[in-house]
Write a protein that binds this ligand. Sequence first.
Ligand code: MRU
Length: 323
Amino acid sequence: VFAIDQNLLPFSFEIRRLAEWRETADAIRTMVVRGAPAIGVAGGYGMAQAFRESAEPAAVERALHELGAARPTARNLAAVVDRVHAAGRAGGPAGAQREAQRIADASVEECRAIGEHGTALIRDGARVLTHCNAGWLATVDRGTATAPLYAARDRGIGFHVLVDKTGPRDQGARLTAWELGQEGIRHDLIEESAAGLLMSRGEVDLVIVGADRIAANGDVANKVGTYLVALAAREHGVPFYVAAPRDTFDPSCASGREIPIEERSEEEVLFKTGPDEDGRVRRIRVAAPGAHARNPAFDVTPARLIAGIITSAGIEVPGDARS
Ligand code: MRU
């Protein structure tokens, strides 16, 4: 399995070779690969690797458990790992590999369709705010929240993107800004805490974010900070949309309260890593010595704050959106 090392972006572009399922699980856990659809697809390939590595049912079960639990919030991971596991049990290593590949290919098509439906929301001159990275790095191609932007660009519609930096790992600053730059799409980075001010001044027309898990009632878990953006959007009458593939929907969670929220290491809040002026990558402390931190990686936006969920089938009103 080959994966772009997203921990090194945008300062260096390296492709990691993940030779065994354990390496694939580790790449998901350490966020070499991240973003709900991307970790789903990576997990599927990891499961296919496990079938190739051992015919021992216990070994395959261990892989099923460890891959599925490598990150807890994104529904896509466990959903895809389970499906490839079932294909492997029925069809052996070749069956598992075929299913993993089929899921990856279907994901590309799904994101394209999300873009086709979502582009109707983007009028000429729109100022669109997004949070975290729900772009092609987070998927197999085109992204979810970014797919409507790329489709609008392809139709010649002009727009401007406001990119939340998205602490503590700065996926907006490091990944989304890099992606949009590569695509030639005009954008400005903002601190997510600036979103409220810009909305209050009428400088944001639309919000589109991705999702990690969508409960049966339409509550959406996404990168921490999304909820505050949605609250500000409601206060200022800015439509707030979520873009997501089918595997992100979890009908077994009745509401957002049941969605498991990943708590990551406090180190991510206390330190930053990046190149200094001479290009040497350094890890620097940004908090008072001795300070401790909480680091919930996701939050839940209630369905009532969401204008619509952009899927490959169209734009659904949350709550009616069940798989
Ligand atoms: O912790 P991350 O970087 O994996 O979180 C990613 C997000 O929250 C994305 O917005 C979400 O997975 C949607 S990706 C299309």
